[in-house]
Design a binder for this molecule. Structure first.
Ligand code: PLP
Length: 369
């Protein structure tokens, strides 16, 4: 049951549209891996995964074992890759749920060798090529890892991948260097382990900028949700993405204040003339940052500035006239011809659009269209 009058609306048709847009630019036969980590970038991982499966995608990616198990518990049996390092003692849980894990160090395999598995475990190797986050750096490490895998009957090596650091910028030298490094490591792997493997290198930015250079799969995250990975990528204008996430609320009180009266904690905003103030039930307790003071919402297709400090549960806006209690307020999304994009909120907070739906807490119910 939803009792509160602030809610997010996720347009699953937009998710479908975005996946079709992305597929159109990719070569025939290329596959899409849909990234639903962090609860589907705050959109709801199970619902997004199901919408993506309806578009024919056949691989899912998450960051943690918990996130993969959540998909399994919802009845989703599609191959699922975890990119984080799952502690070796929990690898058997992944095997039981047929979840693919990432391996990038020998110590992990050595620890696993002590474990008794009821089911085989599928793994992908991650190569370090310039991100310096996680990955196998050298051919020597690779040789030791492959030799160890071959001794472990219950471990099946099924894939290899890497991650770009600068694919959201246009034509960088680092992109080329990382790709070259990957090809070298993949070449070494194919000699050590001459079996078919799934290989994937691209995120949304790489997949949009270099669709012809992606290997079998592209790991599309942010673009699935209708968000561009950067301004540069948006300006390429090769895909038309639709933002799937909207955030709505309603006015819960409307009042007239007189010149000299102030609003909220610290009295940081004071009226210079008589004006209308509306109260909206969302605050930093919902992940709606206090730093959004000075940003705006949409009412009746018009921008209304957020005035005074944002409280834990509510905030106030300056209205252009009296509105009824219950008046719809758009915090993210379209209202008539006006639109607040995820990037508008992100720009105000000096961050990236990725962070905005992730920072809105579970306190905000997600509804689906
Ligand atoms: C998060 C992540 C992705 C998805 O990135 P987007 O920019 O959201 O498309 C792909 N691959 C890895 C390894 C990731 O961590």
């Amino acid at each position: 049951m939803i009792y509160r009058n602030t809610w997010a609306e996720i347009n699953l048709a937009a998710i479908g549209h975005n996946i079709r847009q992305l597929k159109e630019t990719l070569p025939e036969g290329h596959q899409v891996m849909t990234v639903v980590k962090a609860n589907g970038y705050g959109h709801g991982s199970v619902q997004v995964a199901k919408a993506a499966l309806d578009e024919g995608i056949n691989f899912l990616m998450v960051a943690m074992l918990e996130e993969a198990i959540e998909l399994r518990n919802a009845g989703i049996r599609t191959p699922t890759l975890v990119i984080g390092r799952v502690p070796p003692i929990h690898a058997r849980v992944a095997a039981k749920h047929d979840i693919t894990l990432t391996v990038f160090d020998l110590a992990w395999l050595q620890e696993i060798s002590e474990e008794v598995f009821e089911y085989p475990l599928s793994i992908h190797l991650e190569f370090e090529t310039g991100m310096n986050r996680t990955g196998i750096s050298t051919e020597r490490q690779l040789r030791e890892i492959v030799a160890t895998i071959e001794k472990l009957d219950h471990i099946h090596l099924t894939g290899a991948y890497m991650h770009f650091a600068t694919a959201d910028e246009i034509n960088t030298v680092q992109y080329e260097q990382q790709k070259e490094q990957y090809e070298m490591m993949l070449g070494a792997l194919s000699k050590l382990y001459p079996h078919p493997l799934i290989t994937h290198i691209g995120n949304s930015a790489a997949g949009i900028q270099y669709p012809k250079e992606m290997l079998q799969y592209t790991r599309f995250g942010v673009a699935t949700y209708g968000l561009y990975p950067s301004k540069d990528i948006k300006e390429l204008d090769t895909v038309d993405l639709q933002q799937a996430f909207s955030l709505y609320s309603e006015l819960i009180q409307v009042k007239k204040i007189a010149a000299g009266e102030c609003v909220s904690y610290g009295a940081t905003y004071c009226a210079t003339e008589d004006e209308w103030i509306g109260t909206i039930p969302i605050g930093y307790g919902d992940g709606w940052s206090r730093k959004l003071q000075g940003f705006h919402v949409l009412i009746d297709g018009k921008k209304m500035p957020i005035v005074g400090r944002i409280c834990m549960d509510v905030m106030m806006v300056k209205l252009d006239r009296a509105y009824e209690v219950g008046q719809l307020v758009t915090l993210i999304g379209k209202d008539g011809d006006a639109m607040i994009g995820m990037s508008d909120v992100a720009n105000h907070l000096e961050t990236i659009n990725y962070e905005i739906p992730c920072m809105l807490t579970k306190r905000i119910p997600r509804t689906y269209l």
